[in-house]
Design a protein around this ligand. Structure first.
Ligand SMILES: [Zn+2]
Length: 253
């Protein structure tokens, strides 16, 4: 198996409190961020990274509102942003996917995982342990998580296939992982995912929404080393400046 192309797929947007991008700020206002899924074409078929938001978010920007609390997350999702439809636009059904890389369990990354019961789902063991055995008990909003997938659990860095390297980057979540993709046409691309929401988090160490700030910082330092040694282009999880330069499918990297 070898990588032929990397595609960027748009899977809707989400409003998040400005304080989640920079924890030194006041909570309001909401900032509209891009939600990404990534498709890697390989000689053995397509590999998907992340599945966007759950279908329950369609036309429900108020889904995560709690009475008497300030809104910090507002999904802006249409029916066309469901991962099944996103994939259909690029010619695939979920059953065509060779394997799914699930970077972490948050709703804007694993929201559509339930549609992928066939392929192997690569997840860090630590993320799985934190979420899947505890579905329905520990987390208020875990309705999108499911144990009913073909999980392929890994601990630490792991090569999924030549040119596709999972990098353990805990901190934003317990078992978060980033992905280094070595593309024939555009060189090495480091998808930080939510190890850094935006360039400021990565380059200037602006503090953002993470579960463990110490781990999150060491993960950023690790990714900086990888970016330098691999001469990789760094793409952040939810960067509103960077998104303006992204060429969506059918463009390829
Ligand atoms: Zn995210």
């Amino acid at each position: 198996m070898s990588v032929t192309k990397l595609h960027f797929l748009s899977a809707g947007r989400c409003g998040v409190a400005a304080s989640m991008l920079d924890t030194r700020r006041e909570a309001q206002p909401l900032v509209s961020l891009p939600i990404w899924s990534y498709l890697i074409d390989t000689t053995d078929g397509p590999i998907l990274i992340d599945t966007g938001m759950p279908d329950e978010c369609v036309n429900h920007p108020d889904l995560f509102e709690a009475e008497g609390e300030e809104t910090t997350i507002a999904p802006y999702m249409s029916e066309d942003d469901s991962i099944v439809r996103v994939l259909a636009r690029v010619g695939y059904r979920p059953s065509d996917i060779v394997c799914l890389i699930s970077t972490h369990s948050h709703f804007d990354h694993a929201g559509g995982n339930r549609h992928f019961k066939g392929p192997e789902v690569f997840m860090q063991q630590a993320e799985y342990d934190e979420v899947i055995p505890r579905i329905g008990e520990a987390h208020a909003f875990d309705f999108w998580s499911t144990g009913d997938l073909q999980y392929h659990l890994v601990s630490g860095d792991h090569e999924v296939a030549p040119g596709i390297l999972l990098l353990s980057t805990p901190g934003h979540s317990v078992g978060h992982q980033s992905v280094l993709v070595q593309t024939p046409r555009s060189g090495n691309i480091l998808l930080t995912i939510d190890a850094a929401y935006q360039a400021a988090n990565f380059e200037d160490e602006v503090p953002f929404a993470v579960a463990d700030p110490v781990l999150a910082r060491s993960s950023i330092l690790k990714l900086r080393d990888v970016a330098a040694s691999e001469k990789a282009f760094v793409f952040y999880g939810h960067d509103t400046v960077q998104e303006q330069a992204v060429n969506l499918y059918p463009a390829a990297y």
